[in-house]
Design a protein around this ligand. Structure first.
Ligand SMILES: Cc1cc2nc3c(=O)[nH]c(=O)nc-3n(C[C@H](O)[C@H](O)[C@H](O)COP(=O)(O)OP(=O)(O)OC[C@H]3O[C@@H](n4cnc5c(N)ncnc54)[C@H](O)[C@@H]3O)c2cc1C
Length: 195
């Protein structure tokens, strides 16, 4: 039966203006995870208990990290971005989920905004663990500034030049090529696949 454990916040890194990466050290429980899994958190907001899920964005060797993007008017995500500090105790369940279990050698993934978190864990893990794997990521965001893990993805591209490809789609039209600007829709996908 899943239950909550206490974890301490060991690090908080600001990733973008509206997103943080939080490192956690659980005091008990089995927090070993497979890339793609998520954690469920519980917190009291003025007498109301809220539960929210956040995907693990790290690899096993990096420890337990989540990336939280603030949602306008959202309770938990704004609390994580503004009110949580290093040393705080937080209640969290052991990792769950099966996303990412069925990976092959050549993989294609799509992410929008904070949806990058489980894919980042998967991409870093499979590229490091298996030299025969490749990953192409199509990553949609509003703007360059709001793109989570932009630098880390660039670094991965440099490390795995022939096995990792990122196509950034930017809604604010900051891309020179029309295909990569604006919202990702079926027509753009069709053109991407043809390319
Ligand atoms: C498996 C899984 C993994 C996830 N992983 C991540 C991740 O890695 N990173 C990440 O950032 N997010 C992730 N999420 C999303 C995350 O769980 C939260 O849904 C998100 O952070 C918003 O939660 P919140 O408490 O901040 O917002 P909420 O308080 O739930 O509010 C969400 C929106 O609803 C509105 N709202 C709230 N109450 C009402 C009401 N009564 N009437 C009308 N509108 C209302 C709010 O204004 C806000 O715009 C994941 C979700 C799942 C299911």
């Amino acid at each position: 039966m899943p239950r909550f454990h206490t974890a301490h916040v060991t690090d908080i890194r600001r990733e973008t203006d509206d997103a943080v990466v939080i490192s956690l050290a659980p005091n008990s429980g089995d927090f070993s995870f497979t890339p793609g899994q998520y954690l469920t958190f519980r917190r009291d907001f003025g007498g109301v208990e809220l539960r929210r899920c956040y995907s693990i964005c790290s690899t096993a060797s990096e420890g337990l990290k989540i990336g939280v993007k603030a949602v306008d008017g959202g309770s938990f995500s704004n609390c994580a971005n503004q009110n949580i500090s290093v040393g705080d105790a937080i209640e969290v369940m052991e990792p769950m989920g099966t996303f990412g279990e069925k990976l092959g050698e050549n993989n294609l993934g799509f992410a929008g905004g904070s949806g990058i978190t489980p894919l980042l864990s998967i991409i870093k893990s499979i590229l490091a663990e298996n030299q025969n794997t490749s990953f192409t990521l199509v990553y949609a965001n509003r703007s360059v500034a709001s793109t989570m893990f932009r630098t880390e993805l660039q670094d991965l591209k440099d490390i795995y030049m022939e096995r990792f490809y990122v196509i950034h789609m930017l809604e604010d039209n900051a891309q020179d090529i029309d295909l990569f600007a604006g919202r990702l829709d079926s027509e753009k996908l069709e053109n991407l696949f043809q390319g």
